[in-house]
Design a protein around this ligand. Sequence first.
Ligand code: AMP
Ligand code: ZN
Length: 440
Amino acid sequence: MSKLPEVRYWSKEFETIDRPSLKKLQVKRLKETVSCALKTSFYKARLKKAGINGPEDIKTLDDLEKIPFTTKDDLRECYPGGLLSVSLEEVVRIHTSSGTTGTPTVIYHTGADVDRWTDLVARSITATGAGRKDIFQNMMSYGMFTGGLGLHYGAERVGMTVIPIGGGNTRRQIQLMHDFKTTVLHITPSYMLHIHSKTGECGFSVNDLNLRKAYLGAEPYSENTRRKVESLFNIDVYNSYGLSEMNGPGVAFECVYKCGMHTWEDAYILEITDPKTRESLGPEKEGEIVFTTLTRKATPLLRYRTRDLAFVHGGECRCKRTHRRLSRITGRTDDMLIVNGVNVYPSQIEEVIMRVPQVGNNYQICLEKEGTLDKLIVKVEIYSKMFRGDLGEIEILKEKIKTELRAAIVINAVIELHEPGVLPVFEGKAKRVIDTRQKL
Ligand code: AMP
Ligand code: ZN
């Protein structure tokens, strides 16, 4: 791992812009966004009701508060074309969400929108110290999911050599990593751990690979998982955050200092709000991330409630970028589990199990009803050598995980330890929680 990180910029002028100038730029762009939004009947009705009839009603960033929030349900109600603010001839790309939890949401992009998005990704990649000399293997799926295409365009713009393999096909992934001496990966954390499990089976060791960095994102993971991946592969791992409603990847990315994700505030207004009171929260206070697009013309979104929970780090980053740093995503307002009345986020459970050295690369959280009570079962894969040794040690390990979990989440979980390869593997976003309680 690099000791003295070299700081490189893609667009230094914007990345290191002083905060007062950044705020001025945000006001200018917010006015443009409001003008665009007023071209849709959805926002026209919403904004008029809030007393905003034109860009002249936005004078400072404080006026943002007058603008109502936009929710995922609003986006669904506007399906398919209700939020399109340009003529369809100007649109070069459509992305939709997977729609697994209901009607999909749609984002339209003009050519210039895609161009600006690409630039944000190029900026993010450069911030991690990668560049033209790198071989970039993009293991995120291509298609309607924005993870594949988003990074692809940015990586090409930077001049990296791109291997656009997409998700899945683990053996081929490892073979290509080896043959083309891949230096940078883009991948989900769960799939990265799976790749590690399979490297040996494919006849390679980590030392046969040329990996230097990995961009992990698309799903929540803990700091312990980052550390684990870094030490398993001897690489640097950078957190990458984005969502299709805000284009996709390239919204917030870690720089070489790996201390929170710089959120590109010349392209997005970032707010952290209390999920209950909607009050705006200051640094270090965790709440729901709310974003406003500042440069997208085809589908402007105002104060979009992401349901993602995080906080903004206080202080300045040593890289001199002035864009605020977002913490790791700690959970979602809608992934909180209530177990016998106790609130728990899957990320809290992951944090605990991933710091146990005997724990392997996969886990699953199951919730069942036992009579009237909820039962939390945490299934964990452990390294197979444990099963060949003294089985008493397995019992001790179970007890240790149980005790540590109890200390962290105040719940008595049932711990199941499994051999590697038993739990389901995901090539895209992992589905870790199986909750069968409602069905009973
Ligand atoms: P999608 O719109 O399908 O790309 O999904 C976006 C969602 O994936 C976000 O709202 C987050 O919940 C999640 N996500 C993306 N990147 C990360 C990350 N680095 N850490 C945690 N969650 C993430
Ligand atoms: Zn930085």
